[in-house]
Design a protein around this ligand. Structure first.
Ligand SMILES: *Cc1c(COP(=O)(O)O)cnc(C)c1O
Length: 480
């Protein structure tokens, strides 16, 4: 079959450019809402034995665009996923075409060097000095997502702190980490994957702003020890998922130093605040962490998935998966050389995500990313102020990050199931209208609306319209 790649490439590039233009202009629904069963029934055709040809490609790419959640639409204020910088998608296409899987140097030579440069830059922005005379240079790897990244960092923590070679010999005693009750669920999952069971991740009670504090850490450590668990470290969240609260890293780091514990910062969403000019204080002390996970597909505007796992002592980057696979690596007994990075990730082959990050950092400059995080953070603070000025909405918290939970409470409607159901219905109505995409979340058993402002195209006016849209969805529902 003749698939004219050049003409397809032109057609698809035009289609994508049109999609972005129209989405940015606010055309069409943000989310064309479909019932899953109806959608599955509409797409039940069997695959043909004889291909439909290039027309199927353009048609189906169109169909996917039509049915997708339009993240570039200014009304997209939903999940914590980057609104990709459009040019980054073109770099991704070139990565896909080359398919240099990076498991070994020869399967991604420049890609590997670019990964090193990206990782060095990120480590530097955390405040880790590559020329430090006080210790070994930082290092790290890119991996597919924060969940894989946190598992990698915790495996390295275990290997560094267990006091014996757990990778080879298995566990000798029940190990635990302390982790905020607000932490992302992937931390608990990573702990269970490591075989530490349900009591491996000990939840630490947070303060009234859902952040770790000294009292909670002290109590959790005592309880863990009384329970016969050996605690080896603490995971701090930068920031938490539900409301985007940043744990005070300096306080956690002091606690860790006092008790000889290791500190991992889950900065999947919020490590990008290290680039901020106006809000860097949120991650003050992050340079004291032993390891940090930092997603590029959240606040750095790159396509999913793309995550850095960074280690202050770079040697730990080789300890997470301390196994030898000599047929893959050019080892000489001293551990694999820096360019064999496959031994440091969960994956064997991986996408060359380094290229996209490297190219965008060169093309846009590092200031762009500082400005990006500040813009989104400032807009969220403005939105919270806007909500305070209304009589019928209330915010659950002051925003630390670009996440805000709030609810509609007309006439001071009493808390309870009716108020919760009111939020769910408002959300459904507004999402089905296509004007906005926002989500909902549970906080202390109550239902709240939740926005994450990810799109630099979302303006103050868009957010004012969101409140109007929610408000005008209300009367039809409550009959008020
Ligand atoms: C998003 C997120 C994760 C999970 O990362 P993925 O890249 O989605 O796997 C973990 N921790 C935090 C704090 C997050 O925000």
């Amino acid at each position: 079959m003749n698939m004219d790649f050049r003409s397809l490439a032109r057609t698809i590039a035009e289609t994508l450019a049109d999609h972005v233009d129209r989405a940015l202009d606010g055309a069409g629904p943000v989310l064309p809402a479909h019932d899953p069963d109806a959608l599955a029934a509409a797409w039940a055709d069997p695959f043909p034995a004889t291909g439909e040809g290039p027309a199927a490609i353009t048609e189906l790419v169109d169909a996917v665009l039509t049915h997708s959640n339009r993240l570039h639409h200014p009304g997209y204020v939903g999940h914590q996923v980057a609104v990709p910088i459009p040019a980054a998608a073109l770099v991704e296409a070139s990565n896909a075409l080359l398919n240099n899987g990076m498991a070994v140097y020869e399967m991604g030579q420049l890609q590997t060097v670019m990964e090193r440069r990206v990782v060095e830059w990120m480590a530097g922005r955390l405040g880790w000095d590559a020329d430090s005379k006080t210790g070994p240079a930082p290092d790290g790897v890119l991996t597919h997502g924060g969940s894989a990244g946190n598992l990698t960092a915790l495996l390295a923590m275990r290997q560094a702190a267990a006091g014996h070679d757990v990778w080879t010999d298995g566990h000798r005693e029940p190990l635990s980490i302390l982790v905020s009750e607000e932490a992302h669920y992937c931390i608990d999952r990573a702990v269970r994957i490591m075989g530490w069971g349900a009591r491996g991740a000990i939840p630490v009670r947070t303060d009234d702003r859902r952040r770790l504090d000294r009292a909670g850490l002290d109590a959790a450590l005592s309880a863990a020890r009384a329970d016969g668990r050996r605690v080896i470290g603490v995971v701090a969240s930068s920031c938490s998922t539900a409301i985007g609260s940043f744990d005070p890293i300096d306080i956690v780091a002091d606690f860790c130093e006092e008790h000889g514990l290791r500190l991992h910062v889950d900065g999947a969403h919020g490590a990008t605040w290290a680039l901020s000019r106006r809000h860097r204080g949120r991650v003050a002390g992050i340079e004291r962490a032993d390891s940090v996970v930092w997603d590029l597909h959240k606040m750095m505007g790159l396509p999913t998935l793309s995550t850095a796992v960074l280690f202050r002592d770079g040697r730990q980057s080789s300890e997470a998966f301390a196994q030898e696979a000599s047929y893959l690596f050019d080892g000489d007994g001293d551990g694999p050389p820096w360019w064999d990075i496959g031994h440091r990730t969960l994956e064997c082959s991986k996408r060359s995500m380094s290229v996209t990050a490297y190219v965008m950092l060169r093309a846009l400059g590092t200031d762009y990313f500082s400005e990006h995080v500040d813009r989104l953070a400032d807009r969220t603070i403005e939105f919270a102020a806007m909500i305070r000025e209304t009589a019928d909405f209330e915010a659950a918290h002051d925003p630390d990050a670009n996440i805000l939970c709030f609810r509609h409470r007309p006439g001071g409607l009493a808390k309870g199931e009716a108020l919760d159901e009111h939020q769910r219905r408002l959300r459904r109505t507004v999402v089905e209208s296509g004007a906005f995409y926002l989500v909902q979340t549970g906080l202390d058993g109550e239902t709240w609306l939740r926005v994450t402002i990810m799109n630099p195209a979302t303006t103050r006016e868009d957010l004012a319209r969101l409140l109007d849209a929610l408000r005008s969805a209300a009367p039809q529902i409550t009959g008020a």
